[in-house]
Design a protein around this ligand. Sequence first.
Ligand SMILES: *[C@@H]1O[C@H](CO)[C@@H](O)[C@H](O)[C@H]1NC(C)=O
Ligand SMILES: *[C@@H]1O[C@H](CO)[C@@H](O)[C@H](O)[C@H]1NC(C)=O
Length: 461
Amino acid sequence: MFLCCWLGLVALIPTTLSTNPGVKVRLTEKGIEYGRQLGMAAIQQKLGSIKIPDFSGTEKVSPIGKVQYSLSNMHIVNVGLPKSSVDLVPGTGVTLSIGDAFISLNGNWRVKYLRIIKDSGSFDLDVNGLSIATTISIKSDETGRPAVSSDSCSATVGSAKVKFHGGASWLYNLFTTFINKALRNALQKQICPLVADAVSDLNPQLKTLNVLAKVDKYAEIEYSMVSSPTVLKSSIDLSLKGEFYNIGKHQEPPFSPAAFYLPPQNNNMLYIGMSAFTVNSAAFVYNNAGVLSLSITDDMIPKSSPIRLNTKTFGAFIPQIAKQFPGLMMKLLVKTVKTPTLTFEPNNATVQATTTVTAFAIQPNSTLSPLFVLNLEASVSARMFVSEMKLAAAVTLNKMDLTLDKSNVGDFQVSALNSILQGVFQLVVIPTVNVQLAKGYPLPTIGKMKLMNTQLDVLKE
Ligand SMILES: *[C@@H]1O[C@H](CO)[C@@H](O)[C@H](O)[C@H]1NC(C)=O
Ligand SMILES: *[C@@H]1O[C@H](CO)[C@@H](O)[C@H](O)[C@H]1NC(C)=O
C-alpha cells in the first residue's frame, strides 16, 4: 500500500475531555478512493467465485406440453463492475454502491419431453443492470484495532439474456417464462454474502495495525484506538493512544493528552497528527528507565578539539582544581533530573531539559573524586523527519544556562565554564543524542503500508 502522507506535529490545546488520543490518523476521500479501487478488485474476484448449483424442474410449455429440464455445470465466465462509488455517511460508516454491473455465465441444458424425446446443449447467460448497495461500519475491536463489517446489503438484478446452443426455439420460451427467474434468484442470493466476505477479508489487514510497537529494549509505543473511528463528511479519523511505555510496565505519566485537531486539509491520502504528549511520554519513559544520562571522558572528544577533559583545562578557570588535582584526567556525568518536555510552536519543536553535570577527577587508581555539580538547563531545537515508517529527529543546541549546585573546590565563577560546556555539548552530548534519535520511532502502520511524498509540519494547533 502506498499512501501520500502528511504528518503534523501539533501542540496541545488544553481541554478536559476524558480519553484524548495522542495520535490521530485521518484517511481522506483520496485515501478512501484508493481503498475503493482495491476493494472493487476484491469484490470482482469474489463474484467470480459464485457457484450456481444444478437445478431441474418440470414445466408445461406450449405447444410441447410437459417438459422436464435440468441445468448443470454453470460457471461464471465474466464479471464487470464498471461503476462504483464510496460515500461517507457521517457518524455511521461508509456506503458502497455498485451499478451497471454484469455477470456472464455459461452452462449445459438438458430437456426431456413427449415422454421419450431428449435434447441437450449449452447456453450463455448475460445478467445486466446489476446493482449492489452495502453499508460498511468501522468499529474498534477489543484489541483497539479497526474492524469493518458489511451491515446491510441489497442486490438487484436487472435484465437477463440467454443464448442457447443447440435445441429448438421453444426452449427460449421455457427459459424466459420459468428458468430465468430461478437463475436470477440464485445469483442474487449469493451476491450480498460474497460482498460481506470481501469486506470482512479486509480485517486481517486491519489487524496488522501495530497497536504495540517495540522501539528498543526500554520502550514500546501503544497505538491502539481509544475510541471507534469517526466518520466525517470527507474523512475517516482514527484516534490512537500514541503513548510510550516502559516495556512490560505500563505506568501512566503525571500528564495526559489534551484535545487537538488536525487541520482541515485533504490534499493527501493520509494525515497523521502527533501531539507533544506522545513525545513527552517518551521522555518520561526514558527518564524512568534511567537512560537519560551520559558519562563523558576525554576520549569521546575529537582529537582536533582544544577542549580536553583534564584538570589542566579546568584548572585554568578554577585554580583550586589545578592545585589539588594536578595532572589528572576528568570525567563529566550529565544526567536529567526531571522529564524533558517538548513544546511545538509553528515550525519549531523545542525540548527543554533540566540536567546536572557532575565533574570528577580520575585518580591514578581509577577512583573518582567529585569536584563540583552544576545545574544545566538546556534548550534544544528538534528537526523531525520521516524515514521508512519511522519518525526520526535531530536536535541542535539553542542555549544553555549554568548555575552552581555544589562545589568541593571552593567558589568559582560558573560562567567561566560556559564555553567549555558548550563545547562538550556540541561535540559529544548532541551528537550522541542524535545517533539515538536517528534510529527513529515507529509510526502507526497497517500491513505493508509505505508513506510516499511525506510532508511534515510542526503546528501550534
Ligand atoms: C524555536 O523556539 C525556541 C524557543 O521559543 C527558540 O529558542 C528557537 O530559536 C526557535 N528556533 C527556530 C528555528 O525558530
Ligand atoms: C585512590 O587514590 C586516592 C588518592 O591518592 C586515595 O585517596 C584513595 O584512598 C585511593 N583509593 C583506593 C581504593 O586505593
